[in-house]
Structures are given as C-alpha cells and as structure tokens.
Design a binder for this molecule. Structure first.
Ligand SMILES: NC(=O)c1ccc[n+]([C@@H]2O[C@H](COP(=O)([O-])OP(=O)(O)OC[C@H]3O[C@@H](n4cnc5c(N)ncnc54)[C@H](OP(=O)(O)O)[C@@H]3O)[C@@H](O)[C@H]2O)c1
Length: 292
C-alpha cells in the first residue's frame, strides 16, 4: 500500500513539474545540489548557479550523471555582489522570458565578521540582501509563468534571532562584538519575514511563497568552523539527499499547502510571530531597498 502511495505521489510531482523551469541558487553543494538532482529526475528543466564557473561546470556534469538527465544550465552568480546579481539577471532573462520556480537556497554561516564586495556585513548580504535583489528582479518572469512558486530556504534558527538589527545603522553593520551565530539567526529571520512580506504582496499574482527549514544537515555550511564542530555536526545531522526530499516535494507538488506557510521538512510550523507583522515586513523591505 505504502508503495502505491509513493508512486501516486511521484506521479503527481512529475505531472506538475515536468518541463518547468526551476532556478536553484547555491546548487554547487549540499541541499541545493541534491534538490537539483531530485527535480531533474522528475523531468524539470533546472538552472543552477555558481560563484566559480569551473567548479560549477564540474557540478553540472555530476548532476547530469547522477540524474541521468541533461537539462541543467549553469550561470555565474555571486550573491554578495550587486553587480554580479545584475549581470546574472541580464544573462538569465536573455535566455528565459519566464520562470516557474525560484529556490533561494544559497547561504553562508561565517564564524568571523566579513564584508561583501559591496561593503555590507556578509551574512546579511548573502543570506538576505542578495536573494532579496534577485527575487525582486525575477518577479516579472515569475508573473509571466504564473501560477509559479518561490521557496526561501530559511532555518529553525530564525527562532533565536533578535530584531534590533532591523533598526539599521550600527546593529546592521555589526562592527562591535560580532557573533557569527547571531548574524546567521538574524539573516534567517529575514528569510521568513521576506517570505511573509512576499506572500502578502503576491497574493493577487498567483505566485505562491514558502519558507523551508531542512533540519540539521551534513553539508559544508559549517566549513569555516573548527574540526570539533564538524565532528558534532556530523553526529547530529542527516544527509543532504534526505534533507532535499521534502524540499523537492514542496517544489513539485501541485498544491503543497497555502502560500505563506513555513515548513520544517514536510511539517507546517508556526514561525516567530514577528514574521507575520506587516510593519516589520515593510521595515525590512525599506531597509533592503535603501541598501541598493
Ligand atoms: N545544513 C544545515 O544544517 C542547514 C540548516 C538550516 C538551513 N540551512 C540552509 O540551507 C541552505 C543551503 O545550505 P547547505 O547546508 O546546503 O550548505 P552548503 O553545502 O555550504 O551550500 C551552500 C551553497 O551556497 C552557495 N553560496 C555561498 N555563498 C554564496 C554567494 N556569495 N553567492 C552565491 N552562492 C553562494 C555555495 O556555493 P559555493 O560552492 O560557491 O560556496 C553552496 O552552493 C542555506 O540557506 C542554509 O542556511 C542549512
């Protein structure tokens, strides 16, 4: 019986996603790479991005080999640079007029304070600001192909965020007493706030928006941390392939749940209350736009 249900589900996914254009950021490793393979296996047309094109080409070949499908395109994109995002959008829209699915997956978890190419604190820049600019620039394409979908890969660590950084200025720059952990939690809160903000704004456009937490996953996210962290992470985490399963479902099921839902794996969860506050959504949008 379970087997019958599984194949029914897979057929539903295939029917919905076959031939659709799916853009996944940060698919050179971890959850993004496995999600690209999963979507290709279902017959989707996949676009992946990489900061380093040579590395991206090697991953593109690996993804093609593992999925047994060839329909994966590669574009250069560095989410820490506004110039790179603008160039990407130019290149992408030259080739594709519409877009069916955007998965904002790329992310970093720096232990030490760094600045982006644009001089902005790097965790906020890569995890929120870059995806914000990218998404806003791709909304026309998503509207063209509506019903379409946006999935923001957030984290349960958004529950540990503080919101004072939303007041801008020094808290956003984080020049004093930097905590990589706090910067990461706060950036992931931004992912959920932005998801809810988009949900409210895109309701009439037939673009659904979801936030997704994959669980604790054995990827290279903690690559800059000491060996002991890797060791513990390895003990408590699941494989990227396992974590990608629910994300592939969220991406490919015809009706995974109401737009504006926060998922922990396959389960719907209530995110931090502040994420549903329209004034906070507006504040984050204002702040993000002011930084452009
Ligand atoms: N692993 C977990 O336990 C966990 C838990 C909750 C949420 N998440 C979220 O899951 C997402 C995927 O992370 P992961 O765990 O799969 O980590 P990962 O293996 O380190 O993958 C991160 C991806 O982001 C890309 N990336 C990093 N900086 C970038 C930039 N400036 N511009 C464009 N792409 C960039 C990386 O590309 P390069 O190869 O060029 O570095 C890589 O492809 C992240 O948003 C993360 O916050 C992960």
């Amino acid at each position: 019986m379970a087997r019958k249900d599984d194949s029914l589900l897979r057929n539903l996914q295939k029917e919905h996603i076959e031939g659709k254009l799916c853009l996944i950021t940060g698919a050179t490793s971890g959850i993004g790479k496995e999600t690209a393979i999963g979507l290709l296996e279902l017959g989707a047309q996949v676009v992946i991005t990489a900061r380093d094109i040579a590395r991206g080409q090697a991953v593109q070949r690996e993804i093609q080999m593992k999925s047994g499908r060839s329909r994966v395109e590669l574009f250069e994109l560095d989410l820490s640079s506004k110039e790179s995002i603008q160039q990407f959008v130019k290149n992408f829209t030259k080739r594709h007029k519409g877009l069916d699915l955007l998965i904002n997956n790329a992310g970093v978890f720096h232990p030490e304070r760094k600045e982006s190419a644009d001089g902005i604190e790097a965790t906020f820049a890569v995890n929120h600001l870059g995806p914000f600019w990218l998404t806003e620039a791709l909304l026309d394409g998503l509207s063209k192909n509506a019903p379409s979908r946006i999935i923001n890969v957030a984290s349960a660590l958004h529950y540990r965020a503080k919101t004072d950084f939303l007041n801008g200025g020094a808290p956003l720059e984080r020049k004093e007493n930097y905590s990589g952990f706090q910067a990461y939690c706060d950036s992931k809160l931004c992912n959920v706030i932005y998801t809810m903000d988009l949900f409210r704004k895109l309701q009439s456009k037939n673009i659904s928006v979801y936030a997704f937490h994959p669980g604790v996953v054995n990827t290279s996210l903690v690559r800059e941390y000491p060996g002991a962290v890797h060791f513990i992470w390895g003990l408590i985490s699941k494989s990227p392939k396992k974590a990608a399963g629910p994300l592939v479902q969220l991406a490919s099921l015809p009706d995974p749940g109401p737009s504006g839902t926060y998922f922990h794996g396959k389960k719907r969860k209530v995110p931090l209350a502040v994420t549903n506050d329209p004034a906070t959504g507006d504040r984050l949008r204002e702040l993000s736009e002011s930084l452009t």
